[in-house]
Write a protein that binds this ligand. Sequence first.
Ligand SMILES: N[C@@H](CCC(=O)N[C@@H](CS)C(=O)NCC(=O)O)C(=O)O
Length: 354
Amino acid sequence: MSGGERKPEGGTASGGEQQASGNASYGRKPFKRSRSHFADRVTADGGDGWPVEAGRYRLVVSRACPWASRALVSRRLLGLEDALSLAVTDPIQDDRSWRFTLDPDGRDPVLGIRYLSEAYDARETDYPGGVSVPALVDVPSGKLVTNDYQQLTLDLATEWTALHRPGAPDLYPEPLRAEIDEVMEGIYHDVNNGVYRAGFASTQSDYESAYKDVFRRLEETSARLADRRYLVGDSITEADIRLFTTLVRFDAVCHGHFKCNRRKLTEDPVLWAYARDLYQTPGFGDTVDFDHIKRHYYQVHTGINPTAVVPLGPDLSGWLTPHHREELGGSPFGAGTAPGPVPEAEEVAAAGRP
Ligand SMILES: N[C@@H](CCC(=O)N[C@@H](CS)C(=O)NCC(=O)O)C(=O)O
């Protein structure tokens, strides 16, 4: 399939069979997210052949993508910017999927490739599946190592510790893991993926069941967060990162484009304050590009937005207003400290910020 067409997630208007992307599909069948094909892990002991090593790997993301955005936040919180370099794709895929058109000559300056698919092809000839972000690429060989977004951030937190900055928080503390996993599982099914199930549903009943899951879980989560600053324990964990990446997209894309419109994020005082608190925490909001987010969803998913017109709203100014969540106690980084400023080359353009 080298060089061949790779349809983006939700990109077809077809009501027919499953689409070409290996990651997601809709037609008359319920939206189904397929599992990551490449699940090698980069670990401290290099058990899969990929040892943690400063400068060896490149993290390829789209700032539009919630799954990739988890890794963007983790990398910042853990201070891995120097050890793990970053490539940001154009938020709009073409028929060969994610591309490096934001870079000079349309080529990633480190990997020297124009399409992320070239790293997939370097790893596996005739790989038949879709190309997805986030992706971790081995710089010396140009080969994709993993596109397993679920494991990737857990490994950044627990396997990359030798390269963490001084004062990096523990995002997956051992004693809290069972609780974090349980919270994340419900949030994954009902919220992170629930909004996609609602948005890509092609039958009324699939849509309604996903919609109900989304709001039932958001209401439960709102109640949980009413008197505690973070989801688990007293500090930011992986669970907060995963909830944040959907909440920050909620009013911009999930409410309108994905028809999750029972209420906006801004209409739930607890969740809205929680999301603002995280947005204003170094390492969260400074990775978010609302311009990339809106253009990606509304222009790429032509199956559900055939005109590809991108809405001008919502008004983003509220993201910077006081949240008062510090009154609930807890401390964002536990015994650690806040990350330093965003490296200049990684700053989000003004168009993507409130
Ligand atoms: N589908 C991926 C999860 C990450 C994902 O879905 N990323 C989206 C962007 S938000 C993607 O790259 N989709 C492929 C495409 O749209 O071509 C997986 O299961 O590993």
